[in-house]
Design a protein around this ligand. Structure first.
Ligand code: SAM
Ligand code: SF4
Length: 330
């Protein structure tokens, strides 16, 4: 139980983000193109393969797994997969990122299955703008999902919001107020240049510093050194102790020095860095060695030695990585 995974720079890797599907019921403008082609079934890891990989990673020192996608909650069998992964000895926490659309019916079964924390994306509180950003999304359904998640017993529910000029920057104060009213945290994310989504991202790019200045015009902010094991930097609101504001700033504040994570796509590609193309084909290995984990484990340790030192996103936001976020396991 004491295995440890380390990269070539001595960073300990104990956090795995696993994509369980590339599909989604939304088509968010920053994440997907309007018309997407999804993977054929045989290229997607089966539930058994996902489970085998999770077991293997936890055996090698992973302590936290985040299931994501695409939209993880539209993968058939997701609750059973959560139950099996949550029960792995050595895993400290199983958490999830979701768009919230299915949480009305699934929040409670997920808590019962052992999912500890839930991050929910919410980019607007205006039904029309919400639909424009998600292309398919229904705001009321998502707000219902957030409510269900709050009542279901997760240890923490947190909101994620990608901020874009001309789309939802003006809604930042309202979103902060919503988080205060719900007594939950909210993180504001800079848009990353992943995949060709059919528009120039530079036009709408909004830095975390601009978002912070906007919030600071309405609330007194207290810097905080808190860290939830992810890339967010947090501030507290002087008058609202139950809500923290996070800033995830891949473009303007590089957070690679403390990177503790790797990602896995639903095709079984182990991505060593979100902002680089380096990857290991785990699906091929799993299928070549159905009964022997050791070659897979050796390949993972070898690949980790080559984990890049840092990503190089530029604020101009031109596409440098052809993968969509929904493929990368956002
Ligand atoms: N469907 C789920 C959701 O939306 O929360 C999980 C997958 S989604 C890819 C995970 C997170 O990535 C979401 O919070 C989303 O806002 C964020 N995201 C997607 N594309 C992004 C991009 N180009 N830049 C920054 N964040 C992005
Ligand atoms: Fe779907 Fe999440 Fe991507 Fe939006 S951000 S399209 S909800 S995977």
């Amino acid at each position: 139980m004491n295995a440890v995974m380390q990269d070539g720079f001595g960073r300990q890797i104990d956090y795995l983000r696993m994509s369980v599907t590339d599909r989604c019921d939304f088509r968010c403008v920053y994440c997907m193109a309007k018309n997407m082609t999804f993977l054929p079934r045989q290229q997607v890891l089966t539930l058994e393969e996902l489970q085998r990989l999770a077991t293997l990673f936890v055996g090698q020192g992973v302590r936290k797994i985040r299931l994501t996608g695409g939209e993880p909650l539209i993968r058939p069998g997701i609750v059973g997969l959560c139950r099996n992964i949550a029960a792995l000895p050595g895993l400290r926490e199983l958490v999830m990122t979701s768009n919230g659309s299915q949480l009305g019916r699934l929040a409670r079964p997920l808590v019962e299955a052992g999912v500890k924390r839930m991050n929910i994306s919410l980019d607007s509180l205006d039904g029309q703008k919400f639909r424009a950003i998600t292309r398919n999304g229904d705001l009321d359904q998502v707000l219902g999902g957030i409510e269900a998640a709050r009542g279901a017993g997760f240890e923490r529910v947190k909101l994620n919001c990608v901020v874009m000029k001309g789309r939802n920057f003006d809604e930042v104060p309202a979103l902060v107020q919503y988080a205060i009213d719900q007594r939950i945290d909210i993180s504001f994310i800079e848009e990353m240049p992943l995949g060709d989504v059919g528009r120039s991202r530079g036009e709408s790019f909004c830095s975390s510093d601009e978002v912070r200045t906007l919030i600071a015009g309405r609330h007194r902010l207290l810097d905080s050194t808190e860290n939830s094991g992810g890339p967010a930097r947090y501030v507290r609101l002087e008058r609202h102790p139950d809500t923290r504001i996070g800033f995830i700033s891949p473009n303007s504040h590089n957070f690679c020095g403390s990177c503790n994570r790797v990602r896995m796509t639903v095709e079984g590609k182990l991505l060593l860095c979100l902002g680089q193309e380096d990857a290991l084909d785990l699906r091929g290995l799993l299928r070549r060695y159905p009964l022997d984990d050791q070659p897979v484990i050796n390949a993972i340790h070898n690949a980790l030695r080559g984990k890049p030192l840092r990503h190089d996103f530029s604020p101009e936001g031109e596409v440098q990585i052809v993968r969509f976020m929904s493929m990368s396991g956002g």
